[in-house]
Design a protein around this ligand. Structure first.
Ligand code: PEP
Length: 242
């Protein structure tokens, strides 16, 4: 089974002006993007709708978080149902910058969203030889909540905490090892079909310069990109497999 290459751009709390946001969208709208890659960008919530309206239709939009509840007295929150109603197809959940409640994954799926589910170890956990244990523990809580048919709407993002925003990228061997072990875990904890078909993407200081080698690993099915998603080199990352 071939898994479609996936590249997500997590803009985090950037950019700071509507002009800069329009410029980021224009870069993508004007670029030649590999048609084999699924491209998803996650602007701050304030910009979700304008980006959705301006952006070319072959690039999708993701929220950076959502609540578990459909509606109610939750000041400052956005519900999965509101995202779905607004035509936002994806949501990033569990990012290390806000490591979160696993109930959100169930709530987002129930609202019809697709989920980019972030997992990954801290430096201390890696140095203590506990990387795979930590990743599996983080996934376990979600695995228990999912039905077999939910898995086609899940993308797992392996994002070692020590690599996010630090300029310290995992080596392609380190990424491949965790991705392959995670796929083995999915095969035993869920099913071989889910293991084979679920995309496991890498995030953590991905740049145009390191993306080609990472993209060449058999179990690296794409990227979640932070800093570089705000730069023209994002297009090269999208095209890393082309
Ligand atoms: C991220 O925020 O998901 C991320 C991977 O950031 P960066 O690419 O800047 O390390």
């Amino acid at each position: 089974m071939t898994r479609q290459f996936f590249v997500g751009g997590n803009f985090k709390m950037n950019p700071v002006s509507r002009e800069a946001k329009r410029a980021l969208v224009k870069t993508l709208n004007d670029a030649t993007l590999d048609p084999q890659t699924e491209v998803v960008i996650a602007p701050p919530s304030l910009y979700l709708i304008p980006v959705l309206e301006l952006l070319r239709k072959d690039v999708k939009v993701s929220a950076q978080n959502c609540h578990t509840k459909t509606s109610g007295a939750f000041t400052g929150e956005t519900s999965p149902a509101q995202l779905a109603d607004a035509g936002i197809p994806y949501v990033i959940l569990g990012h290390s910058e806000r490591r979160t409640l696993f109930g959100k994954t169930r709530a987002a799926l129930d609202a019809g969203l697709r989920v980019i589910l972030c997992v990954g170890e801290t430096l201390a956990e890696r140095e203590g030889g506990r990387t795979q244990q930590v990743v599996e523990e983080q996934l376990q809580a979600v695995v228990a909540l999912l039905k077999p048919e939910d898995w086609s709407r899940i993308v797992i993002a392996y994002e070692p905490v020590w690599a996010i925003g630090t300029g310290k990228v995992a080596t392609s061997a380190q990424a491949q090892e965790v991705h392959a072990d995670t796929r083995k875990y999915l095969a035993s904890a869920v099913s071989p079909v889910v293991a084979e078909s679920t995309r496991i993407i890498y995030g953590g200081s991905v740049t145009a310069a390191n993306s080609k080698e990472l993209a060449g690993q058999p179990d690296v099915d794409g990227f979640l990109v932070g800093g570089a998603s705000l730069k023209p080199e994002f297009v090269n990352i999208v095209n890393a497999r082309a």
